[in-house]
Design a protein around this ligand. Structure first.
Ligand code: SAH
Length: 229
């Protein structure tokens, strides 16, 4: 079973939104599993301290390497085959190809940073791979970890109703998705493109392809450039 283990200072945030809808039904049906580990359980002293002031000075606090390493070792033994991710704005930006790869594997171990981040030595010492969910700064890694898990879990076998519905989506072929329409046929004077009502499946497929290409060119020239023809 695909298993996610999350190390966090806020375990009560989980499963949070992942308990609803596709991911929540998947959890309830045992299609994946989520364990949380409280980093503070490995904190030092009476106050269970997990952070300290940055070497070299400056604002904020840094998660201690010794505390975080103890938490990682307790949550995941050295021979655990799952990739160890550290949510971090410095990481490689998450994309659908990486999500597919993670979903196809045994699961993930995810470390959620807080404060200014974590001591650099634990990243090297425990082989953490930094993963970003975009070029902006969150206050902690928890919501980012939920993003990773949500994106992976919906691809697990049996989680999505129709197996096919993952295939044609945005990014799967380097394109954004074509527009969708449903009933009513006319709404506030707006109609549905004729071709979609034509029953001509080849023409529909062609229209969708052209729309996907048009939208990608206009909205995401970066994706369009990188596309393999
Ligand atoms: N001082 C850091 C930001 C720390 S934000 C810097 O400038 O790079 C606190 C924590 O939130 C981080 O340790 C990380 O776990 C999480 N986080 C913030 N932004 C993120 C992003 N874009 N992607 C993934 N995790 C993020």
């Amino acid at each position: 079973m695909w298993r996610a283990t999350v190390l966090t200072l806020y375990p009560q945030m989980f499963p949070g939104p992942l308990s609803e809808s596709l991911s929540g039904e998947g959890l309830a049906r045992g299609l994946w599993r989520l364990d949380t580990h409280d980093i503070r359980a490995h904190g030092l002293g009476r106050h269970r301290a997990v952070d300290d002031t940055p070497a070299g000075g400056g604002a904020g606090m840094v998660l201690r390497a010794d505390v975080l390493a103890a938490a990682i070792d307790a949550a995941a033994p050295a021979d655990d085959p799952r990739p160890r991710l550290l949510m971090s704005p410095r990481g490689r930006p998450l994309d659908q190809a990486r999500v597919r790869a993670l979903a196809a594997g045994p699961g993930v171990i995810i470390v959620c940073g807080r404060f200014e981040g974590v001591d650099e030595r634990v990243i090297e010492g425990r082989g953490l791979e930094e993963v970003s969910i975009g070029d902006y700064v969150l206050s902690g890694g928890e919501i980012a970890a939920m993003v990773v898990m949500d994106a992976c879990v919906r691809l697990l076998p049996g989680v999505m109703g129709k197996e096919a519905s993952g295939e044609e989506e945005s990014f799967e072929d380097g394109l954004l998705e074509y527009p969708h329409y449903t009933r009513p046929r006319e709404w506030e004077g707006r109609t549905i493109p004729e071709v979609l009502l034509s029953g001509n499946h080849a023409a529909i497929a062609r229209w969708r392809r052209e729309e996907a290409e048009r939208l990608t060119r206009i909205r995401r020239p970066d994706l369009w450039q990188r596309r393999k023809p």
